[in-house]
Design a binder for this molecule. Structure first.
Ligand code: HEC
Length: 221
């Protein structure tokens, strides 16, 4: 009795297994067909077969500070200047200026040291502080100290002015350069701080006043 039962069970089991196999095989075929269809479609419409790089990588989110100084895309000076209130940047810059104090004073009428006194340097022509013997290279560079030139200079003085006498490796972080430039700007200079306008796509608030369309170019006569 017991044996009969078990052999019946086995037979039933095999039948069931057969059905199950057919069903499973059906699903596998269906899935394979679906996959094939989708991969052809996506190849057609999304160029999945061609290794094209988008012009701008999608994962770079502007306005988001990367942790650890941002080895990838560095933010602009204007953006770095917008990250903190001015007073905080000035305070951070004053602290960071400790790196410069062995060579520079910044108070009004301060003495020249290894480097020139830096009072009011923002907005002044390069190499213009009275009584300091600048390198010929710095004097020949031309231009004024503004946010951009100061940014480049402090990032790597020797790259900005080859042959400069300033033996300072540079400040790799834009945050430090922005803070020091802001601090210098508060020591006898007062250049307008650039306003940071994020990409329209990044949801920037544009000033309403900026919406005036540029006048259409009308040819004279
Ligand atoms: C080891 C000494 C030394 C250190 C440290 C140093 N500097 Fe200088 N700096 C100089 C010298 C020397 C010059 C003049 C360069 C030349 O004539 O080529 C100079 C020039 C400059 C100038 C140009 C001034 C002008 O009148 O055109 C600026 C701005 C400046 N330094 C900022 C800084 C800042 C900010 C720091 C700190 C982050 C710093 N320096 C650190 C020695 C130094």
């Amino acid at each position: 009795m017991t044996q009969d039962n078990s052999s019946q069970d086995k037979a039933a089991g095999q039948n069931g297994g057969g059905d199950l196999f057919n069903t499973a095989a059906g699903w596998v075929l269906f899935a394979a067909g679906l996959w094939l269809g989708l991969s052809i479609l996506s190849g057609k419409y999304f160029h999945g077969d061609k290794p094209e790089r988008p012009e701008k990588l999608g994962y770079v989110i502007e306005g988001v500070v990367e942790e650890g100084g941002g080895a990838a895309a560095e933010m602009s000076m204007a953006e770095a200047l917008s990250m903190k209130p001015a007073a905080e940047l000035v305070a951070a810059g004053e602290k960071a200026f400790a790196k410069c104090q062995s060579c520079h004073t910044v108070n009004a009428g301060g003495a020249n040291g290894i480097g020139p006194n830096l009072h009011g340097v923002m907005g002044k022509p390069l190499g213009a502080h009275a009584g300091f013997a600048y390198s010929a290279e710095l004097k020949a560079k031309g231009g004024n100290w503004d946010w951009d030139s100061m940014n480049e200079w402090l990032k790597n003085p020797k790259a900005y002015v080859a042959g400069t006498k300033m033996s300072f490796a540079g400040l790799p972080k834009i945050e430090d350069r922005a803070a020091i430039a802001m601090y210098l700007n508060a020591q006898g200079s007062n250049l307008p701080v650039p306003t940071f306008v994020a990409d329209a796509a990044a949801g920037a608030e544009e000033p309403a006043a900026g919406e005036t369309p540029a006048p259409a170019e009308t040819p004279a006569e």
